[in-house]
Design a protein around this ligand. Structure first.
Ligand code: NAD
Length: 292
């Protein structure tokens, strides 16, 4: 069986996949490498289009090493009876940990303290923080990542509420409607997919319902927050702060970069050693099950 790994990947992922068969990594000419391939493994760079598939008559599986299938034309694959798979759970804990890290960074003002020290400024008097204990965390989306973050927040003594269109009752968090979540949360963290129903769900109207001390975090998908409305709210002090890992257009270099009360990271929520190892393991496990 021939496997083509089209995109750059961590050595951990490649060595797991190599256990399954003859593997060609990052071929210079992808269409011709696909001529006799049965499995195509991609990350984000390769767009799996109908046109690309015409070069792959023997292809049985398209495997995306990561969450989401934004770069794979799943319908074109279905028409050709090509199975599509991904690794949706591999980075959940890493994302939940980054969201929690954002909460600590904001409440203890770590970015400001750090940049002050590096500028040789002792800002002790200006940097009184707040604790997370007894604060309310509102989770928009209570799937894999939302649930993991809820468990960590509970361990810190936070109250956790969530809004999710599908999730059943939970013993660790209370389900509420979106308006109640926006109005009563000190921290709001987004963990929903980007869909027509979630696009710009955090817009000026939603922000106007939040508490003045609210801190909003998006480690899910760019497009969930109206970035212009967020920039307005932050510069006018209508909410206390925000943290973003994902943006409507990436790499992001927009006006949010110039604000004080925001923490920005370049889409790194899933980028940990552990998540990479899990991606490789999860992918290989799924491939073994599919190919047996
Ligand atoms: P999941 O599918 O396990 O959970 C998503 C939840 O959102 C589900 O429970 C679903 O019922 C709920 N939902 C869907 N539409 C909704 C709506 N309109 N209103 C309220 N709830 C709704 O997904 P997950 O694995 O927890 O991932 C959450 C998000 O994080 C996804 O967007 C994913 O792409 C993103 N993510 C980002 C990174 C990163 O590197 N920044 C890494 C992994 C995942």
């Amino acid at each position: 069986m021939k496997i083509v790994i089209a995109d750059a990947m961590e050595p951990e992922v490649i060595s797991e996949i190599k256990k399954l068969g003859e593997t060609q990594v990052s071929p210079a000419d992808l269409p011709s490498a696909l001529k006799d391939a049965e499995v195509l493994v991609v990350r984000s760079a390769t767009k799996v289009t109908e046109e690309l598939l015409t070069h792959a008559p023997k292809l049985r599986i398209v495997a995306r090493a990561g969450v989401g299938l934004d770069n794979v034309d799943a319908e074109a694959c279905a028409r050709r009876k090509i199975k599509v798979m991904n690794t949706p759970g591999a980075s959940s804990n890493s994302v939940a940990e980054l969201a929690l890290g954002m909460m600590f960074a904001f409440s203890r003002r770590i970015p400001r303290a750090d940049s002050g020290m590096k500028a040789k400024k002792w800002l002790k008097k200006e940097l009184t923080g707040t604790e997370l204990m007894d604060k309310t965390l509102g989770l928009v989306g209570f799937g894999r990542i939302g649930t993991m973050l809820a468990m960590k927040a509970k361990a810190l003594g936070m109250r956790v509420i969530y809004y999710d269109t599908h999730h059943a009752e939970s013993i660790i968090a209370k389900g509420v409607d979106l308006d109640e979540l926006l109005a009563s949360s000190d921290f709001i963290s987004l963990h929903v997919p980007l869909l027509p129903s979630t696009q710009n769900m955090i817009n000026a109207a939603a922000i106007s319902k939040m508490k003045k001390n609210a801190f909003i975090i998006n480690t899910a998908r760019g497009g969930l927050i109206d970035e212009e409305a967020l920039a307005d709210a932050l510069s006018q002090g209508r909410i206390a702060g925000a943290a973003l890992d994902v943006y409507s257009h990436e790499p992001y270099i927009g006006p949010l970069c110039g604000l004080e009360n925001i923490i920005l990271t370049p889409h790194i929520a899933g980028s940990t050693k552990e998540a990479q190892v899990r991606i490789g393991q999860e992918l290989v496990q799924k491939l073994i099950e599919e190919l047996k």
